[in-house]
Design a protein around this ligand. Structure first.
Ligand code: PLP
Length: 483
């Protein structure tokens, strides 16, 4: 978090010096909140005093005071004695912290589009039953398996070898989801002090865990063309060289939230660039199996960057509630990763690992059925958005669990707020931005039930109508989402 103090002229550089239409204090409030929302005024910055701001913007002291009061009221600024007016992002309704507190189905009228995750598949109960039947064999032991159950590690290692990157079971560490794997990796690689290159947009919890580990994030903006989002390796190389960043967190496979897939032909190129810059990347493969258009499962990026960490998970293909994920580690880093892991937790639950083993035995059938379901859901949602919101740009990704839609105006925060009144929970675009902005984008997961999905288009259109009527831009605040 920045602690920079901003001068009056600097504030005027960012928001301009007028004219200030309407009630001037409203205009000034909107100018400052917009600049905070899109990252031009960073969170943690200290605004100039009201007197200085008045002088720099050409407004009266009374007007400036009213604007600052409104910013405080809206949650953009907190005023603390001794440190002045410090910029923050308000909480925006539209995200949930803990789905366990609001289990699916608790409010049938509400459609929760905050999460790219599905309910458990029908096979899960049988897998639990079979796992319970095996657990007696483990009861004479202590139940502590800090690196994971050997049987599960073997299955995962084998799947990497089949996908083209030879892997020994020792290179696998079972973690609490892919999220756990990323947390361990960033702590071990950066010791909480390094810079990490990260795509913008990206998965919100990755921003949280990397920042939580003390990393400074260097955003790499994904490119956009009519065909969708894609990676420009030269542009990434340029940023890497300029910032001398030594690590990266990347989602090359059906990237969350865009659904973009790094094409096979670009994989060696990305690998060479990362090696050339001596970077040790973390590749998040959480969504790698969710190709929906029949393409083969992508080659693991680890095949092109031997010194890289890969995070994987059962959450997207089986069920998030298992909390079973893993990391694939180069041999010389096993020790460091294992010891960092022990500073965070002591291993994953034995029963859930046995369930994961059971599900993996039926992997092809389960994943095959899920892809068919997701593909239909993706196509239905895309058709609805096109029909109900013709001014939006919808790019249909070849995989993943969500559409990332471009709005005709910067009103994603307003849309998330308006949507609540129509029984729809959304996470606004700025939540996916490591460094602010993205209020022109909204993520729409297609993982809810078919019945709920059928209602998304009309509710979204009604919410958008409301959002267009908002006079104040709604804050690009941080909501919370788990997936
Ligand atoms: C890119 C990405 N990484 C990690 C996760 C979290 O996965 P897990 O439940 O395995 O911790 C998600 C969930 O949406 C995700 O999209």
């Amino acid at each position: 978090m920045s602690t920079a103090v901003m001068s009056g002229p600097r504030l005027a550089d960012i928001i301009g010096t007028g004219p200030w239409p309407g009630p001037a204090y409203d205009s000034l409030t909107a100018g400052i909140s917009r600049a905070i929302g899109d990252g031009r005024i960073p969170v943690g910055a200290r605004l100039p005093s009201e007197r200085e701001a008045a002088a720099a913007t050409g407004l009266s002291r009374t007007t400036t005071s009213r604007a600052f009061a409104k910013l405080r009221e809206q949650g953009f600024v907190v005023t603390r004695r001794g440190s002045g007016s410090v910029v923050q992002l308000p909480e925006v309704p539209g995200g949930r912290i803990d789905h366990l507190l609001t289990p699916a189905g608790a409010d049938e009228a509400e459609i929760d589009l905050t999460c790219t995750a599905s309910v458990a598949p029908p096979w899960l109960l049988g897998a639990y039953e079979r796992a319970v039947a095996q657990i007696h064999a483990y009861l004479p032991g202590t139940g502590y398996y800090p690196s994971g159950l050997p049987v599960l590690k073997e299955l995962i290692a084998e799947s990497y070898t089949t996908r083209g990157v030879r892997t020994a079971p020792d290179q696998i560490l079972i973690t609490s989801g892919a999220f756990g794997a990323v947390s361990i990796a960033v702590r071990a690689l950066n010791e909480g002090r390094g810079r990490v290159l990260i795509e913008s947009p990206t998965y919100p919890n990755a921003i949280a865990t990397l920042e939580g580990a003390g990393a400074s994030l260097i955003p790499y903006p994904l490119e956009l063309s009519s065909a969708g989002h894609h990676w420009d390796i030269d542009a990434m190389d340029h940023i890497a060289r300029q910032t001398r960043v030594r690590s990266a967190y990347l989602i090359p496979d059906f990237h969350n939230p865009t659904g973009a897939l790094l094409p096979e032909e670009q994989r060696p190129e990305l690998g060479a660039m990362l090696r050339r810059n001596s970077m040790v990347p973390i590749f998040d493969e959480s969504l790698v199996e969710l190709g929906l258009d029949g393409d083969p499962t992508p080659t693991p990026m680890a095949a092109f960057v031997p010194d890289s960490i890969t995070a994987g998970s059962t959450s997207k293909i089986f069920w998030g509630g298992l909390r079973v994920g893993w990391m694939r580690i180069p041999t010389h880093r096993i020790e460091a990763m294992a010891s960092t892991r022990l500073s965070l937790d002591l291993g994953a639950p034995v029963l859930e690992q046995l369930v994961a083993v059971e599900l993996m035995r039926d992997h092809d059938m389960i994943v095959g059925e899920y892809r068919v379901k997701l593909r239909a859901a993706r196509d239905s949602l895309a058709a609805q958005v096109r029909a109900h919101l013709p001014s939006w740009q919808v790019i249909v990704p070849s995989g993943g669990m969500a559409l990332w839609c471009r709005l005709p105006e910067d009103r994603s925060g307003a849309l998330a707020v308006a949507a609540r009144r129509h029984g729809l929970s959304l996470v606004s675009g700025p939540n996916f931005a490591p460094a602010g902005g993205l209020d022109r984008w909204i993520r729409l997961p297609y993982t809810v039930s078919e019945t709920q999905l059928g209602e998304v288009g009309p509710r979204l259109a009604a919410a958008w109508d409301d959002a267009l009527k908002f006079t104040d831009r709604v804050p690009a605040g941080r909501a919370r989402t788990v997936a």
